[in-house]
Write a protein that binds this ligand. Structure first.
Ligand code: ADP
Ligand code: MG
Length: 254
């Protein structure tokens, strides 16, 4: 067979052979408003493969953040299961869930959630401080500082390492938050409207960084956005409507 006849594998065909990594099955979630139970998610099934870049889109209030929080163990479903690498994780003891949250997932949010009194370096070190005892943290301090500095350089923020969040632009704060999300070496990055508070140009820069983490670092990414144009930079778009999956679209670029 000549090489011209050999069908080149596409990104999506390569991904289709990857194992399922994180799955939500038959998820129901409701919130109580006073006495009234308000359904937010109803019968949601969603799986992400290792190395995939998935976006979740939908109108405000459609349940995007709720779904992301359930996937990252920040909240628990009323009905249904969350499985990681084939193992159920949503019903584990709180302490085990804390450890999974700290080691498996990296989170980034629209409003960065940096601690205002800490420098960029200290903010990036927070997940490591949380997971270690004081003694163990100080024993590994040199290694951790080197790792944090390397990540701060990777997100292009070395010149701001001793600055506090109030001295940073929105894009710089999001870069610091991304470095913090990566410091525990997560296998899945969960991003909730990561460009939602940024101007278009800065948003593009942050999206380039997120795409780099997916394509070069092979990180699985699940991103919530209400912006269809931003979503088209991912491999697959899941549209939520009133708490249900309305459509799933493979993106042409992937
Ligand atoms: P989206 O991210 O798509 O805008 P959310 O998942 O944040 O939507 O919210 C979906 C619905 O659930 C909204 O009506 C919102 O008001 C409600 N909701 C979200 N979080 C809570 C909460 N902690 N308590 C009560 N209602 C909530
Ligand atoms: Mg939201």
């Amino acid at each position: 067979m000549t090489s011209s006849m050999t069908k080149q594998p596409t990104m999506s065909s390569v991904l289709a052979m990857q194992p399922l990594q994180l799955c939500a099955t038959a998820i129901d979630k409701a919130y109580l408003k006073g006495e009234i139970k308000v359904p937010v998610l109803q019968g949601v099934d969603l799986c992400v493969r290792k190395g995939e870049f998935l976006s979740i889109v939908g109108q405000s209030g459609s349940g995007k953040s709720t779904l992301l929080h359930l996937l990252g163990l920040l909240d628990s479903p009323d009905i249904g299961e969350i499985c990681l690498d084939g193992q159920r994780i949503d019903d584990l003891p709180e302490r085990t869930k804390d450890q999974i949250r700290n080691r498996v997932f990296g989170f980034i949010f629209q409003f960065y959630h940096l601690l205002p009194e800490l420098t960029v370096l200290e903010n990036v070190l927070v997940p490591l401080m949380i997971r270690e005892s004081t003694w163990s943290y100080f024993a590994k301090r040199g290694e951790y500082h080197a790792r944090a500095k390397e990540l701060i350089a990777k997100v292009g923020l070395s010149h701001r390492i001793r600055h506090r969040p109030s001295e940073l632009s929105g894009g710089e704060m999001q870069r610091a938050a991304i470095a913090r999300a990566l410091v525990s070496n997560p296998s899945i990055l969960l991003a909730d409207e990561p460009t939602g508070n940024l101007d278009a140009e800065t948003g593009q820069e942050i999206m380039e960084l997120i795409q780099f983490l997916n394509e070069d670092q092979k990180l699985t990414i699940i991103m919530v956005t209400h912006d269809q144009q931003i979503a088209r930079r991912s491999g697959r778009i899941v549209q939520l409507k009133a708490g249900r999956i309305d459509s799933v679209t493979e993106c042409a670029a992937a």
